[in-house]
Design a protein around this ligand. Sequence first.
Ligand SMILES: Cc1cc2nc3c(=O)[nH]c(=O)nc-3n(C[C@H](O)[C@H](O)[C@H](O)COP(=O)(O)OP(=O)(O)OC[C@H]3O[C@@H](n4cnc5c(N)ncnc54)[C@H](O)[C@@H]3O)c2cc1C
Length: 402
Amino acid sequence: MAYKTHHSVVVIGGGNGGVSIAARLRREGVEDIAIIEPRSQHYYKPLFSHVGGGTARRSTTVRSQASVTPKGVDWVRDAVVSIHPGENAVVLGKGTRHTYDHVVVCPGIQQNWEAVPGLVDALATDAVASHYDFDLVPKTSQLLHDLTHGTVVFVQPPGPSSCAGAAQKPMYQACDYWRATGVLADIRVVMVVPDPSIFGLDHIDRELERVIAEYGIEVRTSTALREVDGGSRVITLGAVEGTGESEQLHYDVLNVVPPQSAPDWLKGSDLAAADDDGGFVEVDTRTLRHPRYPNVWAIGDAAATTNSKSGGALRDQAFALAKNLTSVMRGGRPTELYDGYSVCPFTVSRSTVVFAEFDDQGNAEPTIPFWKSMYRENRVSWIFDRHILPWVYWNLILKGRA
Ligand SMILES: Cc1cc2nc3c(=O)[nH]c(=O)nc-3n(C[C@H](O)[C@H](O)[C@H](O)COP(=O)(O)OP(=O)(O)OC[C@H]3O[C@@H](n4cnc5c(N)ncnc54)[C@H](O)[C@@H]3O)c2cc1C
């Protein structure tokens, strides 16, 4: 069969957003869809935090890309290097040009490890890790498990971030483990966060602050990691804004979530808003359609939506986008509106979760409306986050059924 280079719908990225939207479109009866995705492995990233915190095995977070690609969808194994919305075309790494009637842009967010001087070199030492990377997450798990005394620092970066609060999750789980093994008192735990409070929503902050006090965690608010000296195990911290005093801290273990941004090739395209220096794809935040290119749509971490970036947000976005795109393909209008919902399940111990659900205005938006206190630390949310959601992801979300 000839290699097809035109598709009715091209989906850029076969991650959480790309696979779930392709599957939903298939269920809506759309044919001739291609996913462009360079990786051979597909990850369920929310479980990375559990792996780092010692409550899941890494093998449970990964499946082959072939096994999650929906039936009837072409998988083009390559990366997009440029998009030309005026010509309805994308150019791939191997030089091929693919054209489309509609394109869904969802290549995720870019991790900028080199943005912090010294970090890349420090990651090669035996004291620095990150649970935001499939290859590094076992190191996070091992380092936290083996620590019995000294100083451990966890870093959440400023700027856009994929599930920002996930930076904190392995810390709480590790503290619970250290408390159970009797060494918590011998470990100085420091959490660096970019915002003025631990999360930014009053009711969630109160829950987290209670746990933080119980574990004796030191929190550096409005602070960013400026530099890492992996040789002497010293980090430099500074104010996120302005020129406050910098602080130097010695660490025995350092777990870093890197600064993130829109992918470079997207920043250089015409898809970002003129006044948006972040480079994320401009969309109507409710219909998820591009305002200047009506056959361009975007969801997930790469979209300039106003919600907090998360898989939970994506689930609702994919639902709205599938309805809107099929409606437009059949001559209608986009009428299904995404409401800005997002979620961050904080694993505050190895058996409980603070389940933060909120909209893009910061209002609480519980999935179970009559359970108003669902966000409070509880065991049911843990079971949901650790056991039920991964099953739902592999079996329903990626198949366009949820
Ligand atoms: C450690 C961690 C914990 C998290 N915890 C939670 C949680 O508890 N709850 C929650 O709801 N969310 C959580 N998230 C966020 C969630 O995983 C993301 O919001 C979600 O994966 C975003 O989906 P996406 O499709 O936009 O991007 P991704 O899932 O990252 O997929 C993007 C895909 O695009 C591909 N790609 C990249 N560049 C190109 C290119 N140039 N051409 C073609 N393809 C390309 C990539 O290979 C990738 O497969 C977490 C994220 C992390 C990292």
